[in-house]
Design a protein around this ligand. Structure first.
Ligand code: NAD
Length: 359
């Protein structure tokens, strides 16, 4: 039976990366029926809304989507499509596998970690009180009544971490570990300093870990975790983190595996799962057939896994890994020099992966 998947090309370099990925996914032979929907700055300029209701409705209906990057204007304009998506679909888990494929220039060739980031709480919850406002003054007054003084000239961001949010993200990390044959989950936190937010996250993590005795569990203070990831990456397997640390550590690990061109990801929620690359729309390269489609293709591999098309997922990943390993038909960012004239374009990279799959 065909799988129906919402296909969102995005904007900037998104459409060419999405097209390359779509061709490779189809070449796996898995029957995919695309419901193509728009989102991003082009859609905003054409119809005044960067995230049309039909796109959201499609994701709710199919429950699964693949998305090219979308631009968020700085300052004025509209809110990030990604933030809206996360909120509307309650995409609470951001899962970013970071594996160093052979052939990639990296100082950390042993890296093979899965970053599981909580996506809805923490300092990113958007609960902020601007310095100099009435609300800020009210909050400071309430805090003073509780014996906590905050300077008058301070801006304030609130860091909520709940039992509910921590339970579901830690459980997602353990369930991922079991489904993908992983052996260990590490929880990152700063519970020694933030006892009632990170401390609660750690307490919940320890409790949930008891439900999964077959998987090893440990915790690390997040600064030490950074140090250890770049000293002994081979010791880490699945790493679960609250929102802010997850954001930072997933970029750290993206750097360790050879850069943004290779970092794919999944946003998993209660209503849907949306697969997309970590990188943005790189608008200055739009239409140049230059960007590396591997990050979105890897997101496509995770999409196939999610659809339980495991054999096709491995075939696609192996073909992608072989093209990267050989290094002749890859984009500029995977070449030893950025100006290497032998670098191929986005579309030719896809051709090479398709050819490899049919070899
Ligand atoms: P970016 O990731 O788009 O690009 C930064 C640089 O990284 C590029 O100039 C390029 O040198 C390199 N790069 C990125 N993707 C690459 C690829 N596939 N292959 C090779 N090199 C690649 O980051 P930015 O310039 O900060 O953001 C541009 C826009 O994208 C912004 O509007 C931002 O809000 C948006 N954004 C969207 C998403 C998303 O849709 N998920 C994520 C991050 C940023």
């Amino acid at each position: 039976m065909a799988h129906e998947v919402t296909f969102i090309p995005g904007d900037g370099t998104g459409p060419e990366l999405a097209e390359a990925t779509r061709r490779v996914l189809e070449a796996t032979g898995v029957e995919l029926r695309w419901d193509r929907r728009e989102a991003g700055i082009d859609e905003y300029e054409k119809h005044g809304n960067p995230f049309p209701d039909e796109t959201l409705a499609s994701l709710k209906r199919t429950g699964v989507g693949i998305k090219g990057p979308t631009t968020t204007p700085v300052g004025s304009g509209f809110r990030s499509v990604n933030v809206l998506l996360r909120k509307e679909l309650d995409l609470y888990a951001c899962i970013r596998p970071c594996k160093a494929y052979e052939g990639v220039r990296t100082r950390y060739p042993e890296t093979d970690v899965i970053i599981v980031r909580e996506n809805t709480e923490d300092l990113y919850a958007g609960i902020e009180f601007e310095q100099g406002t009435q609300e800020n003054a009210q909050l400071r007054q309430a805090l003073a009544g509780l014996g906590a003084s905050v300077r008058e000239d301070a801006g304030i961001s609130i860091k909520p971490i709940s039992v509910f949010g921590s339970e579901r993200i830690v459980r997602a990390a353990f369930e991922y570990a079991i489904a993908h044959g992983r052996r260990k989950v590490t929880a990152g936190h700063k519970a020694n300093i933030m006892k009632f937010s990170d401390g609660l996250f750690l307490e919940v993590a320890r409790r949930i870990a008891e439900e999964f005795p077959q998987i090893e569990f440990e915790d690390r203070i997040v600064d030490n975790l950074c140090n250890q990831l770049v000293s002994r990456p081979e010791e880490y397997d699945v790493v679960v983190l609250p929102n802010l640390y997850g954001d930072i550590i997933s970029d750290l690990c993206a750097g360790m595996i050879g850069g943004l061109g290779l970092a794919g990801g999944a946003n998993i929620g209660t209503q849907a799962a949306v697969f997309e690359a970590t990188h943005g729309s790189a608008p200055k390269y739009a239409g140049k057939n230059r960007m590396n489609p591997a990050a979105l293709m890897l997101s496509g591999v995770y999409l196939l896994d999610h659809l339980q098309e495991t054999e096709a997922a491995r075939r696609m990943e192996d073909a992608l890994a072989a093209v990267i390993r050989r290094g002749d038909k890859v984009t500029y960012d995977l070449k030893p020099s950025r100006n290497d004239p032998s670098a191929v374009g986005t579309s030719e990279f896809a051709d090479a992966v398709i050819e490899e799959m049919s070899a």
